[in-house]
Every structure is written in structure tokens, then in C-alpha cells.
Design a protein around this ligand. Structure first.
Ligand SMILES: Nc1ncnc2c1ncn2[C@@H]1O[C@H](COP(=O)(O)OP(=O)(O)O)[C@@H](O)[C@H]1O
Ligand SMILES: [Mg+2]
Length: 234
């Protein structure tokens, strides 16, 4: 499969802390990549740079051959809404909205009518094991059910890449593994790539490969070699 998303030479500093120290990572179409490493090693910063949430201080990020790290906030925000999906640890659902409207929200933000958006959103409930939960508010869902709603919301726009930062971090182990299996299966079925930050080797097992981050760098043999970038190499 061809490269969908690629970061190279990524550097990000926060004051005197170098969170990323020259990272290159290529994500292929439809693959699931786990990013592992100790707390504070730079995993979330890497995910935020790849996803256009954060601008790196150096390096480049390309989505489908288009450079995205130099785009303005408005353009990156539109790109995140249309090409990317996000699943975070917990609490990212809007508590006052029923589950189906939480799922419909990214479509409505993209200009789809409320009725159409809710109709499309409802189609995700049965495949994700959420039949009958459409009208529940997030507070009326278990942690695992809430994460499945978040997975539906991440996929409803049919993104190219889904980013998940510790998606099982707030769940017990069994629920976490179920959630990860659903996330990996659902992204695969929808031909989206998955980039998932996790501490849990059992979670990483659902992915096609794992890259290890230490002190803002990838361990040798993981990621991509700087300069080996398709179309960007000299
Ligand atoms: N917004 C920020 N301001 C200051 N320092 C930050 C910020 N975000 C991350 N850092 C620092 O950068 C390093 C990497 O953080 P992070 O990417 O969140 O690590 P991880 O996700 O692997 O736990 C840490 O030392 C962290 O304290
Ligand atoms: Mg983190």
C-alpha cells in the first residue's frame, strides 16, 4: 500500500524540553501503527504533529503528497475535520447530546443537514455493538460504550487516518482490549489507517506494527529513515 501520511525530521521543543528530536514516520494506507514508549517520551507530541494539531519547529508532514504542517490554522482545522478522525482517552463526548448526535457532529460541522447526519450516524451503532444506545447521553453509557461512540464519531466522516491517544487508558483491561479490537477492525473495514498511542503491549498486538519512542526519537529499525521519503528525497 502507498504512503498516506508521512512526517520526517520532526522536531518540537517546549521551552528547554525537546519533546521530538528528529522523528520520521510513514503511515501506509489501511495499516495500523502502534506508538509505544515511556511516559513523557514524546508520543502525544508526535501524534499531534502528524495530525496537524501542532506545528513542528522543524521537519515536514505530508498527507497524500500534500504538505500540511505549513498550512494555516483554518486550513489545518478543515483538514482535521475531513481527513482525520480522533479518539482520545475519555471525556471527549459532549455530555448534553445523545450518542447519535455526538456521532453526527463532525458531519454537521462539515455542512451535512442534521437529519442526514443523524441518519448516517445511526448506521454505526449496530456494527459497533451499540444497538439501542442511540438516544443515551454519554453519562448513561459505560466507559467502553462511550469509547465505541467515540470510535463511531471518528469514522463517520470516512477519514483517511484515525488517531487514537491512549484510547483504552481509562478502561479496565478486558474492556480496553475489546475496545481496541473494535477500533482496529472498524478502521480496517473502512480502509482508514490507524495511529494509536498506547502503553499496553496487548493493545499494540492489534496493530500491524509498533514503533518505539525514547526521549523524542524512534528506536532504530522503526519509522522511516530521514531522506528516504517518497518524492521528497534529493
Ligand atoms: N504543551 C506542553 N508544554 C510544555 N511541555 C510539554 C507540552 N507537551 C508536552 N510537553 C513535554 O514534552 C515531553 C513529551 O511529552 P508527550 O509528547 O506528552 O509525551 P508522552 O505522550 O509520551 O507521555 C514531556 O517532557 C512533556 O512534559
Ligand atoms: Mg501522551
Amino acid at each position: 500500500m502507498s504512503v498516506v501520511l508521512e512526517g520526517f525530521g520532526l522536531v518540537k521543543r517546549f521551552g528547554s524540553t525537546t519533546a521530538l528530536d528528529g522523528v520520521g514516520l510513514a503511515i501506509h494506507g489501511g495499516e495500523a501503527v502502534a506508538i509505544m514508549g515511556p511516559s513523557g517520551s514524546g508520543k502525544s507530541t508526535l501524534l499531534h504533529c502528524l495530525a496537524g494539531i501542532m506545528k513542528p519547529d522543524a521537519g515536514e508532514v505530508h498527507l497524500l503528497g500534500r504538505r500540511i504542517d505549513t498550512m494555516g490554522e483554518r486550513e489545518r482545522s478543515a483538514l482535521r475535520r475531513t481527513r482525520f478522525g480522533f479518539v482520545f482517552q475519555f471525556g471527549q463526548l459532549l455530555p448534553e447530546l445523545p450518542a447519535e448526535e455526538n456521532v453526527a457532529l463532525p458531519l454537521m460541522l462539515g455542512g451535512v443537514s442534521r437529519a442526514d447526519a443523524v441518519r448516517q450516524a445511526r448506521e454505526w451503532f449496530v456494527p459497533l455493538g451499540l444497538a439501542g444506545m442511540e438516544q443515551r447521553r454519554p453519562g448513561e453509557l459505560s466507559g467502553g460504550q462511550a469509547q465505541r461512540v467515540a470510535i463511531a464519531r471518528a469514522l463517520v466522516t470516512r477519514p483517511a487516518v484515525v488517531f487514537a491517544d491512549e484510547p483504552t487508558g481509562a478502561l479496565d483491561q478486558a474492556t480496553g482490549h475489546d475496545t481496541m479490537r473494535l477500533l482496529a477492525d472498524a478502521t480496517r473495514r473502512n480502509e482508514a489507517s490507524l495511529v494509536v498511542v498506547t502503553h499496553d503491549p496487548q493493545v499494540a498486538r492489534w496493530c500491524d506494527r509498533t514503533v518505539e519512542v525514547r526521549d523524542g526519537r524512534l528506536l532504530p529499525g522503526t519509522g522511516v529513515v530521514p531522506g528516504a521519503v517518497s518524492g521528497a528525497a534529493g
